[in-house]
Design a protein around this ligand. Structure first.
Ligand code: DGL
Length: 271
């Protein structure tokens, strides 16, 4: 088996993985969730980088020629260093891709007035990766960011059905729109947030477009595999999907279906 590796700090990446599997069902995949050390969102740059690199190396050791960091925080804080500094040394023929570029290269199609809001973890927001990347592709777009540090714990605790979280969601959205009332496009720049989409919509001004990343990432990956036969040729196509977690597999199995939309069998990863 020479699968595509999908990495996240925990469960959130499963929402991206769902879109990838739906779009590209033929390939083999291994998902790794670093649940034992999640959430990554408020950790330091060094720690996120160190953990992410360790997980990427584990996925390489399982035979993955291509790894997708299906985590905004890891993409923002670790991807560039891994691509530029580590990959040439540890596995020059392998590739690691993130979720920020597939989103930022297309966000211009959603906004009419060129005012975009980004919701993410503290790590993603403080990295400045979204404003930098969006400026690169669409210099005319103005980007406003808001960190929502409570939202990942809400989702981890499966509280998306719980009305008690509404005031916290409303507060963070208010803080975003206080920066610029005319934002017309809001991007969920965190893999957990799509599970809160219905609640978030309640507090968005009329006419604002809410964008989730899964479809954008899977579309971009399909294009990448087409443009890079030297990589896609190396991925096996027996439709196998294996799920690994650094924490208890039973816990992973219990939570995973909310994010992946179907029951999964999990195995323990020893890094
Ligand atoms: N998967 C992370 C992201 O997309 C959120 C979870 C975490 O903070 O570890 O930013």
């Amino acid at each position: 088996m020479s699968p595509i590796g999908i990495f996240d700090s925990g469960y959130g990446g499963l929402s991206v993985f769902r879109s990838i599997v739906d779009r590209l069902p033929a390939y083999d995949y291994i998902y790794l969730g670093d649940n034992a050390r999640a959430p990554y969102g408020s950790r330091s740059f060094e720690t996120i980088y160190e953990y992410t690199l360790e997980c990427v190396q584990w996925l390489f050791a399982q035979g993955c020629p291509l790894v997708i960091l299906a985590c905004n925080t890891a993409s923002a804080k670790a991807l560039r260093s891994i691509q530029q500094r580590d990959l040439p040394k540890i596995a020059p023929g392998n590739r690691v891709l993130g979720v920020i570029r597939p989103t930022t290269e297309i966000i211009g199609r959603y906004t009419k007035n060129k005012k975009v809001g980004i919701l993410g973890t503290t790590g993603t927001v403080t990295s400045g990766s979204y404003p930098i990347e969006i400026r690169h592709f669409f210099p005319g777009i103005k980007v406003y960011q808001q960190a929502c540090p409570l939202w990942v714990p809400f989702v981890e605790e499966q509280a998306w059905q719980n009305d008690d979280i509404d005031p916290f969601i409303e507060r963070d959205l208010k803080a975003l729109f206080q920066q610029e009332a005319e934002i017309d496009t809001v991007l969920l720049a965190c893999t957990h947030y799509p599970l809160l989409a219905n609640r978030i919509r309640k507090f968005l001004p009329d006419g604002v477009t809410l964008v989730s990343q899964g479809g954008l990432v899977s579309q971009s990956l399909a294009g990448y595999l087409e443009r890079h036969p030297e990589i896609s040729r190396r991925v096996t196509t027996d439709q196998q999907r294996r799920f690994f977690t650094t924490d208890a597999p039973e816990d992973f199995e219990e939570h995973a279906s909310y994010f992946f939309g179907e029951a999964v069998k999990a195995e323990k990863a020893v890094l």
